[in-house]
Design a protein around this ligand. Structure first.
Ligand SMILES: [Zn+2]
Length: 70
């Protein structure tokens, strides 16, 4: 399992979220290969061999990454 920060590619959203990536042995079948933004619900292609789960960042952490990592 891997966890990383992703930024939503939707130009009207662009928010960051936490993305967990699992091997496809885990997770819901329908989520396989799809990366979904927890804010706008937009999804995009990921690795078809992986399952993904995305979670919103805590608000204060989102501000922090906007300040220091953008
Ligand atoms: Zn989004």
């Amino acid at each position: 399992m891997a966890i990383r920060l992703e930024r939503c590619p939707n130009p009207e959203c662009t928010r960051q979220y936490i993305l967990e990536q699992f091997s496809s042995a885990f997770g819901d079948k329908k989520e396989r290969g799809r990366i979904r933004c927890p804010y706008c619900g937009g999804s995009r292609e990921g690795n078809a061999a992986s399952a993904y789960r995305s979670r919103p960042l805590p608000a204060h952490f989102e501000e922090w990454t906007d300040l220091y990592l953008s």
